[in-house]
Design a protein around this ligand. Structure first.
Ligand code: MG
Length: 454
């Protein structure tokens, strides 16, 4: 009996595919630290993943014992096994980075682009917004010119920073417990000096002390913006809009650790400037404060890049706390979980944008996921000014991955990456990293009794 002719990759046998190894390449300067992952299999297929920007590859390596011998096509089963080892922000990076590599492997094994495993695509190209963190950003004129240059490069959606970082130098712009801001500056200086002198004990001390200072949540810093400060921030936005006009969407981020009352005052103050969203004004955990902020302002309020898995987004969406969510799939739970999050938001009328400040691996994983979400605003790109960013990979479709503000969704199997370019990666290893793709055998049998209930 002759069956139907199926068009799939007979060179691979998905049901017999097994994971044999995981290796890492810890790269920095793209512009962040990007720990890249490679998962090897018994059929010669390799899957590429990445730990969240700025995090450590150990978050992924500690999971290796759960992966050896498994079929990577069982993406969801493996994800649910690993899920307990992820957490919010960078701590989600290991679980999510592995999930991306599994999705790359599974879609390569089936010979289809990764978006097909997410239910297919809603769009052929993904709008990219360009974050802009430029020299001279202390003035609205300089930022306006930098954003205009981005528009000249084809970008149709923009983002900039606006917060206490821009007004620190203005006398009378901020109030804070006397000495508080200077103490942080002093500790940063001590850290730089200790690191330069190679003093490891002092470096560790300063880093930990600074960690405590910088992780004081917004309500507890006592930092307030004065009327002089609010006027300066409003002037900044007005000058930016004078430069770029009102027709291009402009999102705003990095306000600094100020209380929700000052966030409300600032949000009201910038209403005439038609901003696309105000991002992460307060920690995402404070759902009730987000509701206050959203109810007090007519500018869309956004958060999400540090939320691990769907439940955190559900809480905010169900409470009416945000108008835009902004997951980073290397924290949110990988491609499949981010698709679930996007669907949930779309069902409830909350817009979806996506955070991404990583290598082409994460960028393409995000692009495939953005393609598979019903409604989608724009995907972040943080590496416009890194000339070797795309050279980290050989891109199967050829051409630029991010081309004049858009990503054409690749039709090549997997994420669309043929191979990683080791010569380029070797030039940009994170200082102190022992080398590229070294043996990780010491993680094969590392064991911990991690049962969550008895
Ligand atoms: Mg952000």
């Amino acid at each position: 009996m002759t069956g139907p002719v199926l068009d799939f990759n007979t060179a691979s046998s998905p049901s017999q595919l097994r994971i044999t190894d995981i290796r890492v390449a810890d790269v920095s300067g793209a512009p962040m630290r990007c720990p890249l992952l490679k998962i090897a299999t018994n059929q010669g297929l390799e899957g590429y993943g990445e730990v969240r920007d700025g995090a450590d590859p150990v978050y992924a390596l500690m999971l290796k014992r759960h992966l050896i011998g498994e079929n990577p096509c069982d993406v969801d089963r493996i994800f649910r096994r690993l899920r307990q080892f992820g957490h919010h922000a960078r701590q989600g990076g290991g679980v999510c980075g592995i999930e991306v590599a599994l999705m790359d492997l599974a879609s390569k094994a089936y010979g289809v682009p990764a978006y097909m495993l997410l239910g297919g695509k809603y769009r052929d190209k993904i709008r990219v917004y360009c974050d802009t963190d430029v020299d001279g950003r202390d003035t609205g004129e300089a930022m306006g010119e930098a954003l205009k240059a981005r528009m000249g490069q084809g970008y149709t959606f923009l983002k900039m920073d606006l917060g206490i970082g821009q007004i620190r130098h203005i006398e009378g712009a901020l109030s804070a417990p006397l000495g508080y801001l200077g103490e942080q500056d002093g500790m940063r200086e001590q850290l730089r000096a200790a690191a330069k002198a190679g003093d490891r004990d002092k470096t560790r001390f300063c880093r930990n002390r600074l960690y405590d200072m910088e992780n004081t949540p917004h309500p507890f810093t006592g930092i307030r913006v004065t009327e002089i400060g609010f006027q300066a921030l409003e002037d900044y936005v007005r000058k930016v809009r004078q430069a770029i006009g009102f027709e291009v969407p402009l999102a705003v981020d990095h306000f600094g650790h100020i209380c929700v009352e000052d966030c409300i005052k600032l949000a009201r103050r910038v209403e005439p400037y038609n901003l696309a969203w105000l991002e992460d004004m307060i920690p995402w955990q404070y759902t009730e404060q987000y509701v206050r902020l959203s109810n007090a302002s007519a500018t869309p309020i956004c958060t999400g890049e540090d939320i691990y898995c769907k439940e955190g987004f559900q809480n905010l969406i169900d409470a009416g706390a945000v108008s835009v969510i902004h997951p980073d799939l290397l924290t949110a739970g990988g491609m499949l979980e981010t698709k679930r999050i996007g669907d949930y938001a779309c069902d409830r009328g909350v817009a979806v944008a996506m955070h991404m400040a990583e290598s082409p691996i994460a960028c393409l994983a995000a692009a495939h996921t953005c393609a598979a979400i019903p409604h989608f605003l724009a995907l972040e790109f943080h590496s416009n000014d890194v000339p070797w960013w795309q050279d980290m990979v050989s891109y199967a479709p050829g051409g630029r991955i991010v081309d004049r503000g858009w990503i054409a969704v690749s039709q090549a199997p997997g994420l669309g990456i043929e191979r990683l370019n080791d010569e380029v990666l070797a030039e940009h290893l994170t200082p102190g990293s022992p080398g590229l793709w070294l043996s990780t055998e010491e993680w094969n049998d590392w064991f911990s009794h991690d049962r969550l209930w008895s």
